[in-house]
Design a protein around this ligand. Structure first.
Ligand code: 5GP
Length: 180
């Protein structure tokens, strides 16, 4: 499972990582609006609140949370299918969800991506065209979560250049699992 503050480069790194055979990134469901640079069913499955709550009721999520005013959930079936094939399932997930998954899959590895220096998250979010309200909400959440995460995570990766981040993630996967 990979967590990290908004703007740290999780999605870019995971899109690259997913090119490795045997490694699959699980596509979450969310009720937040699609951003211009995002593709339906690639970045997320975008659903409305009614669809999401129906899925919660049908127990289709391995875990789900409300984060920054929207719902996010990991579909159970997608994870099961990857594991049944002997693959490595990679989840991009925030702290609470990561904790919930760890309780059920105790061998799961929690990886935290960290910004290379303070100020970098803000720069990256701005370059993505984030509004100032979005920016301050997400930076506040990052500040809230950071001190809670250091003790919980198994591996820490400083997110510098994408190819270096991906190399580190590959190394972690190789050392912890042996994907077929
Ligand atoms: P964003 O809106 O920036 O795409 O994602 C907000 C946060 O939700 C990020 O920290 C991301 O890792 C997390 N997230 C994305 N999908 C899921 C999910 O299925 N479950 C949980 N718990 N968090 C998720």
């Amino acid at each position: 499972m990979v967590s990290g503050p908004s703007g740290v480069g999780k999605s870019t790194a995971l899109a690259e990582l997913a090119k490795q055979p045997g490694v699959q990134v699980v596509i979450s469901f969310t009720t937040r609006a699609r951003r211009d640079n995002e593709t339906e069913d690639v970045d997320y499955h975008f659903v409305d609140e009614r669809e999401f709550t129906d899925m919660v009721r049908r127990q289709e999520f391995l875990e789900w949370v409300e984060y920054d005013g929207h719902f996010y959930g990991t579909p159970h079936r997608a994870v099961d299918e990857i594991l049944e094939r002997g693959g490595v399932a990679v989840l991009e997930i925030e702290r609470e969800g990561a904790m919930a998954v760890k309780e059920r899959f105790t061998h799961a590895v929690l990886v935290l991506l960290k910004p290379p220096f303070p100020g970098e998250l803000e720069r990256r979010l701005r370059s993505r065209g984030a509004s100032s309200e979005f920016l301050s909400r997400r930076l506040a959440l990052a500040e809230r979560d950071a001190p809670l995460m250091d003790d919980l995570y198994d591996e820490f990766v400083t997110s510098t250049r994408t190819n270096e981040t991906v190399r580190e993630l590959r190394r972690i996967i190789q050392s912890r699992y042996s994907p077929r």
